[in-house]
Design a binder for this molecule. Structure first.
Ligand SMILES: C[S@@+](CC[C@H](N)C(=O)[O-])C[C@H]1O[C@@H](n2cnc3c(N)ncnc32)[C@H](O)[C@@H]1O
Length: 274
C-alpha cells in the first residue's frame, strides 16, 4: 500500500493533479486514471531488466495462443496492452491502450472501441478485466465489435487460499472481495483508476452473480497454479528464487494445478457471444 501511495504521488506530480495531501487510497476516493501510465513505465523497466519475468510470461502467452483460432475472420486486438508484450508472440495483433506509448498501434478506451461492428476475431485482455469498474459496459462493447463466432480471452489473477496471501499482502492492488461489482451497462464516469483483483474469480468461478455473463457462452474456464510467477515477484518485487529453478517450479505448478481452490494463482477465461 505504501508503494502504491508513493507511485500515486509521483503520478499526481507528473500530471499536475491535485489530491488531498493526506490522500488515503480507498474505494471511496477517486484515483486518477494516469496511475496506469505510471505503472506502465515501471513495468517496462522491470520487463527489460528481468529475464525470468519474460520467460514466465512466455508461458502465459502460450496458454493464450491455444485459444486464438486462425480461421476466424477479422483482426486480433489486445485491450490495455500496457508495454505491448502480446506483439512479441503474435505480431499481427493490434495493441491498444489508454495512453499514447510509441510501441502501441492504437490509443483507445476498452469501453468505446474505434472498430466497426463484428470486425474483430479476438479480443485479448491480459490483467485488464480487473481494472474495468463496469464489466457489463465493456462486454456490451466487446459483443458489438466481435464477429459472431469471435472470442474474448481474459487472463487474470485467481484468488485461491494460497494466492490470496500473495495478492493481499504483496501486491498493491485491492482484491475487492467484499465490494459489490457494478453490473450496470452504463459507462463509468469519470474514468478513474479502479482495481479489484478478485473480480474474475468471483464472476467466473465462484459465480457470485447469477447467470453472468448474460448473452455469452463460456468456452473455457481454467484456474492454475503459478508459484513460479508469484515467487518471481512479478513486476513489483525481487525474485525469491534463481532463474535456474524455473523448470522445477513449473513442474510443481503442473502438479498443484489439480487443486485450484487451494493453489491456483491465475485464470484464463474464453467467452464467445451467444
Ligand atoms: C495491469 S496493466 C496490464 C498491462 C498489460 N496487458 C500486461 O499484461 O502487461 C492494465 C492495463 O489496462 C489498461 N486499462 C485500464 N482501463 C482501461 C480501459 N478502460 N480501456 C483500455 N485499457 C485500460 C491500463 O492502461 C493498463 O495498461
Amino acid at each position: 500500500m505504501e508503494k502504491f501511495r508513493r507511485s500515486l504521488a509521483s503520478t499526481t506530480a507528473k500530471f499536475r493533479l491535485r489530491l488531498p495531501t493526506d490522500f488515503p487510497y480507498s474505494a471511496a476516493l477517486v484515483v486518477p486514471i494516469e496511475q496506469h501510465q505510471a505503472e506502465i513505465q515501471r513495468n517496462l523497466r522491470r520487463w527489460q531488466s528481468k529475464p525470468l519475468l519474460r520467460e514466465i510470461y512466455a508461458g502465459f502467452y502460450e496458454r493464450i495462443m491455444t485459444f486464438i483460432e486462425p480461421g476466424l475472420p477479422g483482426c486480433v486486438v489486445e485491450i490495455g496492452s500496457g508495454i505491448g508484450n502480446l506483439k512479441g508472440r503474435l505480431p499481427k495483433a493490434l495493441t491498444t491502450d489508454l495512453f499514447p506509448n510509441p510501441w502501441l498501434d492504437i490509443v483507445c478506451d476498452g469501453y468505446e472501441l474505434p472498430f466497426q461492428s463484428q470486425t474483430l476475431s479476438h479480443l485479448v485482455l491480459f490483467d485488464v478485466f480487473h481494472h474495468l469498474r463496469a464489466p457489463n459496459a465493456f462486454l456490451r462493447e466487446a459483443r458489438r465489435v466481435l464477429h459472431p463466432q469471435g472470442r474474448l480471452i481474459l487472463f487474470e489473477p485467481y484468488v485461491s487460499a494460497c494466492s490470496y496471501l500473495a495478492y493481499r499482502f504483496f501486491h498493491h492492488e485491492p482484491l475487492g472481495l467484499g465490494q459489490p461489482i457494478e453490473t450496470a451497462e452504463a459507462l463509468p464516469r469519470p474514468r478513474d483508476y479502479y482495481a479489484a483483483q478478485g473480480n474474475a474469480t468471483r464472476l467466473f468461478f465462484r459465480l457470485e452473480y447469477d447467470a453472468w455473463p448474460h448473452g455469452w457462452t463460456v468456452l473455457h474456464r481454467e484456474a492454475f497454479s503459478c508459484f513460479s510467477y508469484l515467487l518471481s515477484g512479478g513486476y513489483s518485487k525481487p525474485s525469491l528464487y534463481p532463474a535456474a529453478c524455473l523448470g522445477l517450479l513449473g513442474r510443481v505448478d503442473r502438479l498443484l494445478s489439480g487443486l485450484p481452490r487451494l493453489f491456483a494463482g491465475r485464470c484464463l477465461v474464453v467467452l464467445s457471444p451467444r
